[in-house]
Design a protein around this ligand. Sequence first.
Ligand SMILES: C[S@@+](CC[C@H](N)C(=O)[O-])C[C@H]1O[C@@H](n2cnc3c(N)ncnc32)[C@H](O)[C@@H]1O
Length: 246
Amino acid sequence: MSFTYPDLKGRTVLEIGAGEGASTREVAGAIVAAGGGCLIVNDIEDTHFPALRRELTHPSLELGFLRSSAVKLAGLANASVDLVVSNYALRAIEAIQGQAVLALSRFFQVLKPGGMLLIREELPVYMAANPAQRLWADKWSLLRAAQILTGQKPFKQFQPEVLVEILELLGYTDVDYQDELANHASQDWLPSYLEQMARLTQDMEAADKQYFSQKTEEIKGKAEEIGSFEQPYYQVWASKPWRSLE
Ligand SMILES: C[S@@+](CC[C@H](N)C(=O)[O-])C[C@H]1O[C@@H](n2cnc3c(N)ncnc32)[C@H](O)[C@@H]1O
């Protein structure tokens, strides 16, 4: 599941919503492999910044950390970034409805003319196209139902064609996307999923708790029987034009 990057030597890359750093490692590795450059690691929480700093420090990588909402990117100068990478972050940013468009607009400002935006997101669950993708859709749907019932902010998923149109409206050019598939073995995702569901349901009323426990057991049974699920996702590329199009 790796991006194909443009030439990153001497470039400044901003990674949005880095979290525990699964994609940050990939981006940092690509910059080092290209001969070195600058990586600004962003997240709204700084919980994982110290560990990432320790892990990623490298003589040819200039590392910066920016704790700020992607909507603001506080303190980051306009036209200062060559590449913005957003890996499964847009769905979290849009947990507060409308924020994804604001963030995409802010990315446009901080990009240099000619800079690029790379986005990776899952397809919306209603686009599950075959039985192998049903388990993926079912587990998400149950999790989100529990998040809604307990008053949390569930992730939002973007249909790629809609995201492409939003990017074009914001002034991005050369907007393109590609569908991809990944397989995830049940033993890799099931334990953390069960933990998440247990956390979400712990304070529910008895009847709701019973319903969600039964549904979670059904997902667990299917996951153990099938052994893996197929996750449909996509990558979007977009550019900031070299010059004003007016
Ligand atoms: C699903 S995780 C993705 C983590 C990582 N990019 C990966 O691929 O594993 C989403 C991340 O976005 C962060 N996030 C949520 N809202 C944000 C916002 N408004 N601005 C910046 N980061 C945000 C969360 O704290 C979380 O670390």
